[in-house]
Design a protein around this ligand. Structure first.
Ligand code: FES
Ligand code: FES
Length: 160
């Protein structure tokens, strides 16, 4: 099958890949472009560990075709930190012990980033709703919710 060229911005950089027509964005990010921050969990849209932003909207990259991202801006958890400076969400996750095994963490951070970009002062219920599609087997969710609320009130949260 002939490969299809696709180009998009990834965390602010122009990237290109040759993909198969049915190839998922998750596969392209991980295998083609070396961004392993979005995780492969269920592969069928139920766990949220593959969550990325496409034009600032959370998308499950395991259900998103890579070719559908032509010309768009894809953001992953790998693009959150500014060099050695953690994003306020990352710092808050550390401060609140919101990651245990860490497998859900990139998806949680990405979902939270989208929330804070639209709603800088979310309520607890709004945080819970924003991460409702992201499954965590370890934390019981409470530290994650606390971390997102803390990041929302952090001085640097505008970067969210
Ligand atoms: S791997 Fe995409 S939702 Fe589970
Ligand atoms: S920290 Fe292990 S799945 Fe969330």
């Amino acid at each position: 099958m002939a490969k299809i060229p696709v180009q998009f911005r990834l965390n602010g950089s122009d990237r290109a890949a040759f993909v198969d027509a049915p190839e998922t964005l998750l596969n392209t990010l991980r295998r083609g472009l070396g961004d392993f921050s979005p995780k492969y969990g269920c592969g069928q849209g139920t766990c949220g560990v593959c969550t990325v932003l496409v034009d600032s909207e959370p998308q499950l990259s395991c259900l998103t075709l890579a070719v559908a991202c032509e010309g768009r801006h894809v953001e992953t958890a790998a693009g959150l930190a500014d060099g050695p400076d953690l994003h306020p969400l990352q710092a808050a996750f550390m401060d609140h012990f919101a990651a245990q095994c860490g497998f859900c963490t990139p998806g949680m951070l990405t979902a939270a980033r989208a929330l804070l970009a639209k709603n800088p002062s979310p309520s607890r219920d709004e945080v819970i709703e924003a991460i409702a599609g992201n499954i965590c087997r370890c934390t019981g969710y409470e530290p994650i919710v606390a971390a997102i609320l803390a990041a929302a009130s952090a001085p640097g949260q505008r970067r969210a």
